[in-house]
Write a protein that binds this ligand. Sequence first.
Ligand code: SF4
Length: 457
Amino acid sequence: MLDMTPVETIERQALRINPAKTCQPIGALYAALGIHRCLPHSHGSQGCCSYHRSHLTRHFKEPIMASTSSFTEGAAVFGGAANLRQALKNIFHIYNPDVVAVHTTCLSETIGDDIPSIVKAARDEGIIPEGKHVIHANTPSYVGSHVTGFANMARAMAELFAQRNGGAKDQINVVPGFVEPSDMREIKRILFEMGVKAVVFPDTSDVLDAPQTGRHAFYPKGGVTVDSLISTGDSRMTFSLGPYASEEAGKILRTRFEIPNKVLDLPVGIGATDRFIEAVMGVTGTEPPEAMMDDRGRLVDMMTDNQQYFYGKRAAVFGDPDHVVSMTEFLRDLGMQPVYVVTGTPGRRFETAVKGILAQAVPDAKVKAFSDLFELHQWIKKEPVDLLVGNTYGKFIARAEDIPFVRFGFPILDRVGHGYFPCVGYRGGMRLVEKILGVLQDREDRDSPDHSIELVM
Ligand code: SF4
């Protein structure tokens, strides 16, 4: 399928082939689903909204609710204010959400629709009922990626809801990054086990992994509540997990309310999880319970027991910057050699972070932001790897080059489990070790001649 990919690379400025990212509104829509009783709204044409919804549906295997301003030629010429006003009228009348989270698209951004003014006018006209909320984020797709779209909507939550109502509450804020519902659930579990009161926002657990009850709930029971979001202005600290997806929200709270913002890597792998737990301990003074330390010990045990399968293996990693940075560190800690590390999201800090992680272990690793899968494939063709880690789109490279492949990140369109089993924390680390080890050992089994295939590995 990718047989025509040439080995020789040429520097491309204005062309991306098989980009390792998707468009901003997808991230904004996903983040908005993490507010309780929120209807995400796409201010643009129906096609954009259909694509965003179907992409998320394919990843989460759940119906994704969102409304659209349904632009036609008229809106493209005269602007979409009338469409948005009409949409808000219909949405509150028919679907009765507590929050409508509006994100823009390429078209509405190019027209230049001023969403705050349109929303203000709608409120003045009584279109937005008392006690209901409309928040918004600008998410043109000709800049950034789905990760920055998520960051922009998380920032909007902090900007438009947080209030200081007096008295520092004994709670922390956690912006969990563009991670799975299972990861958000695990982050909450870790904090709960540590006895820490936290507002995690956004929070898609119990929204996109809600149990099957036989009855459809248009607004599932999960999601961060408006009251919790308001209370973030009184918290003592914000932890932004993953700078690309989460720092913006923390920055807003720091600027508006002088709440310190600690930016950490996504707690994927042992090192990043240790730093997260230590940072929480440093602020709250709480100790992790023995059971959590036992989880850590089991992860260390798995890593050391299977060192011989990991050591020296060459790996390629691609995907969202926050995911890739932490995964690269974890692969290094497993004794592997992440030789190619790529993200499609622009931003030099990615390259600085990854090069820092690999400075000693793999000093000549190729690391690139704003790259694509075509370029990664070319590198692999030139000098192969033993393992490929990334989202579903990597399966074509894995197939073409016959490489063991671990699905990790967003989107995963052809497997299930990511929404239910976390990758973050020590338990998530164990799951990742199992996944990586599984594909490496399957490959060894497949390639061993009959006389040397091992029963016990
Ligand atoms: S890239 Fe722009 S036009 Fe295309 S689906 Fe995304 S928002 Fe819509």
